[in-house]
Design a protein around this ligand. Sequence first.
Ligand code: ZN
Ligand code: ZN
Length: 160
Amino acid sequence: MSRFREEIKIIPNLAWVIGFLLYAGLFLFLAMFVLRQEPEPAGWPLVAKAALAIVVPLPLFMFVLLIGYVYADAKRRRMNHVLWTLLAIFIPNGLGIILYFILRDPAPTPCPNCGMMTGKGFAFCPSCGFALAPRCPSCGRGVEAKWTYCGYCGTSLPTT
Ligand SMILES: [Zn+2]
Ligand SMILES: [Zn+2]
């Protein structure tokens, strides 16, 4: 849950403002015009009308927040955030947003030594030179912790 809250925090304030304005606008539009003039809802009890006016604009609010999230998250991950924001907005039915969550790059991780954010696939920290991934002592390529021998040059790897 705290992870979810952390993610919510990156949504830009502008997205909250736009989302809220659109929500309020649609709510008023429903309350003032549609629910009063359409023959069906006009005969409904007030509670039903109020519930409808509150619930119907919610997906729009969520949509704007998700767009804001895609923008901030893509920027954080050093992806093309402008392109992804446009895709998220213009691919219909939220498919752009779904696509983003499938295709997004892994989140940058902080260097354990100095705390600087590192990019995906970095073997060394660009700030302090700390080795971020285990390396073969012979050929210098990245190896996995469970390997006994280097997959590239066959050197026996020290077991940790
Ligand atoms: Zn570092
Ligand atoms: Zn090697």
